[in-house]
Design a protein around this ligand. Structure first.
Ligand code: BGP
Length: 481
């Protein structure tokens, strides 16, 4: 019998989604376009992947989706608000029907005893702002983000306690050209991404202050993609590369949120590389005030990473996972004079070349808690795969169960070691669009019947993992059989 000690009383069990990946209704009821509507249409035209116009039609299926969550026993649900659904032009006139949709969703969740955990921004800037000033490229975004944050805090603050400002800031910075529609000029401006990062830190800080001001008992966090960086060997050069990667990819973002400061060695590196950015008078005070309002960190954990001392002369590049789901085909990240990614020979990869490493989750949880002493919640964790809908309507996904079981055990161990972990919200509550592989790569506990080419009726089917997770929740994480 696969048993661990039950989780602490009040631990929240649920799952996560993001608006553009599941809602659809991209131009319905007054919503205007956001950058993901445009980016995914381009991806559709180039690669044939599904776009956001229907996605998995959560906008029309939300009641059924919440009923399925309730059947699994969820006590939390992490989702995001589609900024251009509530404020079609980014600021100014609200859209009554869009505002009402999230009231309905939140009310439906609460009626089923499910705690809403709201992400303010999950990659989907209103196109109105992108067209006006290139989105995160302009300082104006800081005020506009604050305007939006204050609007939704006032609107939903009496019903929503947990708020996440920004999803995966480090990923946005790393893949700025793919997560944001920006002009070619900005794409090729090497300083752009760290200046945009600074604006994100200011926007985050102002939103965190807004949560504390406007939401009675409100708790503010942000969700970061988190991988521990292991050295490829015990050579001092590789160990130094792993330390560099941890600072550059993880602590640089966490120091900003938790402490309102910038990590000195990363700032020195950015300056050496000509990637430094402008900090105006008063900016660090705003970040410090934001840090005082930062209550918890959201962890999106899928994989760990392995690095070595960088090969001299290699140009800067980001990691590219394989798109075909057949293993291999991975390009590792390089940051010149800092680190170079490589395969971890001790770990097995998924078919999409992501190393499976439950112990890495325990590592990051304990490491972060020891360093910052603040609660955390898992905001994403999951297994993307090609699932098969059988003729009798069943879906057998033992690989997903195995993956999630191992990660729950790792969380349990971290809690034993003193970590304050308050929730588990794996990716994803039901199937939705992948950021990189359309609808073919699925993560949900519920199968949504559509393909990249044919939206069908988006009928919902329960996967084997649905029944398994229901039992996990019913036993408060004790029975993982
Ligand atoms: C995270 C994102 C999610 C989600 C997930 C899975 O980085 O926050 O939006 O999509 O990754 O990634 P993918 O869809 O590329 O498999």
């Amino acid at each position: 019998m696969q048993e661990v000690k039950a989780f602490p009383k009040g631990f929240m069990w649920g799952a996560a989604t993001s608006a553009y990946q599941c809602e659809g209704a991209a131009l319905e009821d007054g919503k205007k376009e956001n950058q993901q509507d445009v980016i995914n249409r381009q991806i559709h035209d180039e690669y044939g992947y599904a776009d956001c116009s229907v996605a998995t039609d959560h906008y029309h299926h939300y009641k059924e989706d919440v009923a399925l969550m309730a059947e699994m026993g969820f006590t939390s649900y992490r989702f995001s608000i589609n900024w251009s659904r509530v404020l079609p032009d980014g600021v100014g006139e609200p859209n009554p029907k869009g505002v009402e949709f999230y009231h309905n969703l939140i009310d439906e969740l609460k009626a089923h005893g499910i705690e809403p955990i709201v992400t303010m921004w999950h990659y989907d800037l209103p196109m109105a702002l992108v067209n006006k000033y290139d989105g995160w490229g302009s300082r104006q975004i800081v005020d506009d983000f604050e305007y939006y944050a204050r609007f939704i805090c006032k609107e939903y603050g009496s019903k929503v306690k947990y708020w996440l400002t920004i999803n995966e800031q480090s990923i946005v910075v790393n893949y700025i050209d793919r997560k944001n529609l920006i002009t070619k000029e900005d794409q090729f401006n090497p300083k752009f991404r760290y200046q945009a990062n600074h604006y994100m830190n200011l926007a985050h800080a102002k939103a965190a202050i807004a949560v504390h001001e406007l939401v009675p008992g409100g708790q503010c966090g942000a969700a970061l993609d988190m991988a521990p960086y292991y050295p490829a060997s015990s050579s001092p050069e590789d160990v130094l590369a792993a330390k560099n990667a941890s600072n550059f990819k993880n602590y640089f973002y966490m120091d900003a949120y938790f402490k309102g400061t910038y990590t000195p060695s990363v700032m020195a590196y950015l300056k050496r590389q000509g990637l430094d950015f402008v900090i105006e008078d008063g900016d660090m005070d705003i970040m410090k005030k934001g840090a005082e309002c930062f209550d918890f960190l959201g962890i999106n954990y899928y994989q760990s990473a392995c690095v070595k001392s960088p090969t001299p002369g290699l140009a800067r590049r980001s990691k590219q996972n394989n798109k075909i789901g057949k293993g291999g085909h991975v390009t590792y990240e390089v940051q010149p004079d800092l680190f170079e990614g490589c395969k971890n020979e001790y770990l097995k990869d998924t078919d999409f070349s992501m190393p499976i490493d439950p112990m890495g989750l325990r590592y990051v949880l304990e490491d972060i808690y020891d360093r910052y002493h603040k609660p955390m919640m898992i905001c994403e964790n999951g297994f993307g795969a090609y699932d098969k809908l059988e003729e009798d309507g069943s879906i057998h996904d033992p690989y997903r169960i195995e993956y999630i079981r191992a990660h729950i055990k790792a969380m349990r161990e971290a809690i034993e070691n003193g970590v304050e972990l308050i929730a588990y919200n794996p990716w994803s509550a039901f199937d939705l669009l992948s950021t990189s592989n359309g609808i073919a790569k699925r993560y949900g506990f519920v199968y949504v019947d559509r393909t990249d080419d044919d939206v069908k009726e988006c009928k919902r089917y329960k996967k084997d993992s649905f029944y398994w997770y229901k039992n996990v929740i019913a036993t408060n994480g004790k029975n993982l059989e």
